[in-house]
Ligand binder design. Sequence first.
Ligand SMILES: Nc1ncnc2c1ncn2[C@@H]1O[C@H](COP(=O)(O)OP(=O)(O)OP(=O)(O)O)[C@@H](O)[C@H]1O
Ligand SMILES: [Mg+2]
Length: 330
Amino acid sequence: MHIKLVNLKRDYGSLHAVQDVSLEIPSNTIYGIIGKSGAGKSTLVRLVSMLEKPDAGEVWYDNERVDNLTGGALIEKRRHIGMIFQNFNLFSSRNAAGNIAYPMEICAMDKAYIKNRVNELLSLVGLEGRGDAPISTLSGGQKQRVAIARALACQPDILFCDEATSALDPQTTRSILALIKELQAKMNLTVVMITHQMEVVRDACERVAVLESGRIVEEGLVADIFANPRSEVTKDFLSNLTNVKDSIVRWSTEAGRFTLRFRGGSTDEPIISNVAIETGATFNIRAAGVQHVGDEELGVMVLDIGPDEEHVRLAVQLLKKYGVIIEGDV
Ligand SMILES: Nc1ncnc2c1ncn2[C@@H]1O[C@H](COP(=O)(O)OP(=O)(O)OP(=O)(O)O)[C@@H](O)[C@H]1O
Ligand SMILES: [Mg+2]
């Protein structure tokens, strides 16, 4: 299902939680929405998922306007949506199977069908034979797997994930993201992934929108945004990611005036050596690494340039000519 948002607005008193958001979320993809705490992510998701009405603007699913639906039509449309959350929202009074069965019971589906479907869903999320497990005996990752199975029980077209991995450790986060990617492809889902973690965007999403104070400040393919971030918030998210241990090795935290980003083929060329030879500038590399973003490789290097400002100017100029993206006090 293709989702289109047109000039969406939502105020809480004098607070503009969502201001004038227009977006297109293509079908059959994983779309990230990233923002800091209070940016308006959850509010936006409540509007898009028809849990709340916008003060102005429109929400479209394919060619149907859905923000103004009410009564039976709204309930019917909401059946096409699955949601998962940071705190899982499972019923502790029911076991794993009981939680997964719940939405199908609400729809008064046939008992035998439900039983079969629950087993099918348990194996789909890697919890085969664990249906009897009380929720309290499951790990965070297993709880989220149950929540995913429940969200997919009625075969939705869209899955909303609101900070679905925020309560999980990095390894469990990776396994849940891998599961979501696998299910997305298998079921042709449109997945909307709300997060404040750039790792989640890097590892799972195809496109991303960056939200700040209720507005979209940047939108595009994840690989493009990683290679050439434009807004301050995005740069900030990426600089936090730069310190992630498995993606970059940092030799010194004391310096590093410039951050260089290399894309695709240019990660294989000796650009730094060439620029050093051609300009006579000196380079002191403080950190470097290669990240995998989608199908692309992206080189990141944190360094200082010397010996003086004239050489900085020459080197920066030539690096840009080579297609390197430079951040820092240029
Ligand atoms: N029901 C509400 N009533 C009043 N204010 C609200 C309500 N819901 C959200 N807000 C406010 O709207 C702003 C955006 O909140 P929202 O929960 O959408 O942010 P968020 O990006 O999801 O943050 P977080 O990362 O902390 O979950 C915040 O300032 C919040 O206090
Ligand atoms: Mg939130």
